[in-house]
Ligand binder design. Structure first.
Ligand code: UDX
Length: 436
């Protein structure tokens, strides 16, 4: 089939390559010339495991191309909308300007043969509004939310947990058309839920709200654990064994960041307010507050330890919002590094992949290209992202004057660090004082 994907960020670029890999002819459309140049030459403009290889391979087949020319979508049967919906500056609401302008740009090229399948995360009510905006063209609208996780984007696109189709009244034509696009995925037996526009939009934001709530729940327990000398990791293991609760997304630490969860829970609250259901999502503002308190806590802990040592020198290991990504959007680790720098500490940051992206948003931050350089003169080490590289460090042979480590992700082998002479501070766990 001929397919177009509007927006070539994490979602759109991966979707384009994935759809090409199952045999469709795909054109990805974006307005950013740097991104287009890289994608067209088969190079990923961001780090995502497996994506660069997939892209190179698919561009070489001749089925996958990228352009800034909207007229190239005219013969596409299905057009996916995968543009960003960032947080509006100065408000919690989602900024829909890219979605709106994508629809405007498409209007001259769509008709009765076109299905527009929205994938972007939007406030409930958007799909119905857009459907009525394109009605005069004869094109149809379907909302098909995307649940991919960064770091697993290729796998999540080709082997999703479920497919959700939000359709207009009795629009079986669109369901059949999207089924054809996803044939090879559907053949694996994946669950497919067909529902209305509003429910499909809500599935996405409520899933993210639930995940954020789970993380803040365990982080709230970490706060309590710290007060009473309990251990939040053992607590998570124990409650997680109850299948109704589950152990996933109960890792306490610096909390959630990234381009999705933080802005999605805020946009969801803003939308609830608009539809007269403010109170229903009031708890999400607590979820947000608990989450942001973890960053304050780590900044305070690092400052306290440094001040006690009469030192300013600290290494922050990890700058990405999560491992296996170079994304630093709303990254808790980067926030901690930037705040300590702003407070006058001499911070050296390091991340296996996100050094460059972090440097672009925080040019004042001293970012080193190796872990060894970052820790070489540090008196305190803070782990901000749970990269495998940090877990594998042998603290006994680490060349660093540091004797204090703050594990902001509960990722290190505490005993090993303790045995190597460190004071080990882990969030929501008992501090291990250095051995005498
Ligand atoms: C999320 C959703 O998981 C995905 O389904 C949706 O499509 C987009 O948003 P992503 O932003 O890639 O995906 O990251 P995710 O793996 O959900 O992690 C979000 C944040 O939560 C990260 O900062 C991570 O470090 C943090 N996290 C995750 C925790 O602090 N504890 C956990 O137990 C899990």
């Amino acid at each position: 089939m001929k397919i177009a994907v509007i927006g070539c960020g994490y979602l759109g670029a991966v979707h384009s390559a994935a759809m090409s890999s199952v045999g469709h002819e795909v054109v990805g459309v974006d307005v950013d010339p740097r991104k287009l140049e890289m994608l067209s030459s088969g190079h990923a403009p961001f780090y995502e495991p497996g994506f660069d290889e997939l892209l190179t391979e698919q561009v070489a087949t001749g089925r996958l191309s990228f352009t800034d020319d909207f007229s190239k979508v005219a013969d596409a049967e299905v057009i996916f909308i995968g543009v960003g919906t960032p947080q509006t500056e100065g408000s919690n609401a989602a900024d829909l300007r890219y979605v709106n302008s994508a629809i405007e740009s498409l209007k001259p090229y769509i008709g009765a043969h076109t299905l527009i399948a929205g994938k972007s995360t939007v406030p409930v009510g958007t799909a119905a509004r857009l459907a009525s905006e394109i009605e005069s063209t004869g094109a149809r609208m379907l909302w098909n939310p995307e649940f991919l996780r960064e770091g697993f984007a290729v796998q999540d696109t080709l082997r999703p947990d479920r497919l959700v189709y939000g359709i207009g009244d009795g629009d079986t034509t669109s369901v059949a058309q999207l089924d054809e696009v996803y044939r090879s995925i559907l053949d694996t037996g994946v669950d497919r839920i067909v529902t209305d526009f509003a429910t499909a939009e809500l599935v996405k934001v409520s899933a993210n709200a639930f995940l954020a709530t789970k993380i803040s729940f365990i982080n709230a327990m970490a706060e309590i654990a710290e007060q009473v000398g309990a251990d939040v990791t053992e607590l998570a293991d124990a409650i997680g064994l109850d299948e109704r609760i589950g152990r996933k997304f109960l890792n306490s630490g610096l909390g959630f960041g990234g381009g999705c969860l933080p802005k999605d829970i805020r946009a969801f609250q803003a939308r609830a307010e608009e539809v007269g259901a403010t109170e229903s999502l009031q708890f999400l503002s607590e979820v947000d507050k608990v989450n942001l308190r973890r960053r304050d806590h780590v900044v305070d802990l690092a400052a306290r330890e440094l001040d006690a040592l009469g030192s300013k020198r600290v290494a922050v290991l990890g700058l990405a919002f999560k491992p296996n990504s170079d994304d630093v959007r709303d990254s808790a680790a980067l926030d901690v590094a930037a705040r300590l720098t702003a407070d006058g500490y001499e911070v050296r940051g390091y991340d296996p992949k996100a050094g460059e992206t972090a440097g672009r948003v925080q040019p004042d931050l001293d970012i080193r290209s190796t872990l060894a350089e970052a820790v070489a003169e540090a008196d305190v080490i803070v782990v901000g992202t749970e990269w495998a590289e940090f877990k594998e460090v042998d603290p006994a042979t680490l060349e660093s004057p540091a004797k204090v480590v703050i594990d902001g992700r509960n990722t290190l082998d505490r005993k090993r660090w303790h045995d190597a002479g460190f004071k080990v501070i882990a969030l929501g766990r008992r501090t291990l004082e250095p051995k005498a």
